[in-house]
Design a protein. Structure first.
Lengths: 328, 294
């Protein structure tokens, strides 16, 4: 027992050291200019997609609630953070935390209000309802300038301070992973998984399914909101079309390709997904650049035909794995 | 009042096109429980086939319509064989992602320069537009053609499903796949037929959409596709009259919102109606709510 504890601690320290080393390595490469600004932006984008996809994995992979409206919460977070920072003139990278907190809170609140009624629906019907919600939110973004001119409406929102740095993204990805892992290994986490496995059986053994479905949905949407906040301050420009139905699909693709209910799969797939889309842009010769968006869906179809349960299935690398309580 | 009647006619025109797409969704969903996201893009391909049939091959309108329907049906069957059939026993989400992949592929492949090209094209009118005045309401020959074609196709579909042996097999498969198989029904054949019929209807919808709203591009299928699917859910998915009712409501809501509230809000209102219906009657307007057994 004692031995096990010490082993656990040592492995945790090893993981921590690995993270710090990875961070230092990337930071050195960035500051010496070996990785240029363009690729830095792409690395940050991969991190942002990871956070957002972790949120959807909690909603869909772990809790089993099919959502096709994840980009709406991402967008709510992006606009909230951009609004708070721009209106309050918080032009300092440290104040980004305020924008992100606001983004997370608003996304979570809206998820709570919308989730309570619609989470009664099952599988495809829930997917359609969230899709409808996503489209309504996009229409609201399109017309937001009628109420708040600073949001720009369908012309897009400009002049957002560029505050997102590689450090912010890296720290938040690690934080997001650790929080999700600990949540899944806790009692509420087991309740979430029980809802996915069999809602009726979960209800029968006393799990308040409405409560846990809403909990999963709200936390997942907070992830999306925070990721959206980072996104807003990475590109400094927001347009409603960045948050449409197809963007919700992108996140769903990452979750399914990586493997449902697999944290490591989601991280892996998010990074691969961003780099394949960008990488094809670099690798392909000019003449067939248009083929980039033709090759990508073909890859998708092939992966699904040959590995229908995603790249990782529901496996995890060891540190992230779901631990059975060893009490003897 | 006459303005209102005019808008109702416009709404019915849009609703007829939605109905043709929605029927394909509802048939496929009824049989393999798959939201076939590529269906909207089959609709787009149908519109382009009609475009080339009229402009390049100078076919008369009925032949162009038939050409588009056959082409779309063939495309639907090929998609099913290549992409969905290998996944018959895979998790449902894998099929859904594949459907999305097929959809993205069709859109982006069609945008390539040597296929349809990325630009908006003006749809040729196969005949001059004539307006008839009935009282204070104007109705064009195009609207009449849209109504007539849509209604004829829907009646034919209803007859096919309810009167023929293949139609009976389709109903049996949608009711219970494994029992139907035990009764000697060839499931693969029925699924192919279903995809063929659904896609042919979408192809016809594409041509009608093209002559009614004369502008097409490779991404034109996304929104009508989504709305038609929503219409099918609204009416009760898997139920043929439900798809027609839902499509009528969607078309009407959209046109009336543009006319009396604001055209910017029309998508929002249409999907709001969907959310409300789903919350009040989760199985759709004509759907029977099933009792959950443990």
């Amino acid at each position: 027992m004692l031995n096990l504890n010490i082993k656990n601690k040592i492995s945790k320290i090893k993981i921590l050291l690995c993270c710090i080393l990875l961070y230092l390595l990337l930071q050195v490469l960035l500051s010496t200019g070996i990785i240029n600004n363009y690729w830095q932006q792409i690395i940050c984008y991969a991190g942002i997609m990871t956070i957002s996809a972790l949120g959807l994995n909690l909603i869909y992979g772990f809790t089993g609630q099919f959502s096709l409206g994840h980009a709406a919460f991402f967008g709510i977070g992006a606009y909230t953070s951009a609004f708070v920072i721009k209106v309050a003139h918080l032009n300092n990278t440290f104040y980004l935390i305020l924008g992100l907190i606001a983004a997370g809170i608003l996304a979570g609140l809206i998820a709570f209000v919308i989730g309570l009624p619609i989470l009664r629906l099952r599988s495809d019907y829930l997917g359609i309802a969230t899709l409808g919600f996503g489209i309504i939110i996009k229409v609201i973004f399109d017309n937001a300038d009628a109420v708040l001119p600073v949001l720009g409406g369908s012309r897009g929102m400009i002049g957002i301070p560029k505050l997102t740095s590689f450090t912010w993204v890296f720290v938040l990805v690690i934080l997001g992973v650790v929080i999700l892992r600990n949540l899944i290994n806790s009692a509420p986490g087991r309740a979430l998984i029980s809802v996915r496995e069999d809602e009726i059986a979960a209800e029968a053994v006393g799990v308040n399914t409405t409560k846990y479905k809403t909990l999963g949905f709200v936390i997942g949407s907070v992830y999306a909101g925070v990721a959206g906040g980072l996104y807003a301050h990475l590109y400094a420009f927001l347009h409603p079309s960045n948050f449409d139905f197809l963007k919700s699909i992108d996140v769903l693709l990452i979750v399914v390709l990586g493997g449902m209910a697999s944290i490591s799969g989601t991280i892996f797939a998010a990074v691969i997904w961003v780099f394949i889309l960008e990488g094809l842009r670099v690798v392909l010769p000019e003449a067939i650049l248009d083929w980039r968006l033709v090759i990508y869906p073909l890859l998708l179809i092939l992966i699904m035909i040959f590995r229908p349960s995603g790249i990782f299935g529901s496996r995890e690398i060891k540190f992230l794995a779901y631990h059975e309580e060893k009490t003897k | 009042m006459s303005n209102f009647l005019q808008q109702v006619i416009n709404g019915l025109q849009l609703g007829s096109v939605y109905a043709l797409i929605a029927l394909g969704y509802t048939l496929v969903y009824g049989i393999i429980r798959l939201i076939n996201f590529a269906h909207g893009d089959v609709f787009m391909v149908g519109a382009y086939l009609g475009f080339y049939a009229i402009l390049r091959f100078h076919l008369p309108f009925p032949l162009a319509l038939l050409f588009a329907m056959l082409g779309a049906a063939l495309l639907g069957i090929i998609i099913e064989k290549l992409a969905y059939k290998p996944l018959r026993n895979a998790p449902k989400i894998a099929c859904l992602i594949t459907a999305l992949g097929v959809s993205l592929f069709l859109e982006n492949f069609s945008s390539l320069k040597f296929v349809f090209g990325p630009n908006y094209l003006a749809y040729p009118r196969p005949f001059p537009v004539v307006n008839f005045n009935v009282g204070n309401v104007t109705i064009s020959n195009i609207q009449i053609i849209v109504f007539v074609v849509a209604i004829v196709l829907m009646v034919l579909l209803q007859l096919f499903v309810s009167k023929t042996k293949t139609g009976m097999a389709m109903r049996a498969v949608s009711f219970d796949k494994s029992t139907a198989q035990l009764m000697g029904i060839n499931i693969d054949y029925i699924i192919s037929i279903t995809f063929g019929i659904g896609s042919a209807l979408a192809g016809a919808g594409g041509v009608l959409y093209g002559i009614a709203y004369p502008q097409i591009n490779p991404f034109m299928g996304i929104m009508p596709g989504l709305k038609a699917f929503v219409a099918a859910v609204l009416g009760g998915i898997g139920i043929i009259p439900g798809a027609m009712l839902g499509a009528g409501i969607m078309g009407m809501v959209e046109v009336l919102t543009s006319a009396y509230i604001s055209s910017a809000m029309r998508d929002a209102i249409a999907f709001l109606v969907l959310l409300i219906v789903l919350l009040v009657k989760p199985a759709g307007l004509l759907g029977k709510s099933s009792i959950e057994k443990v």
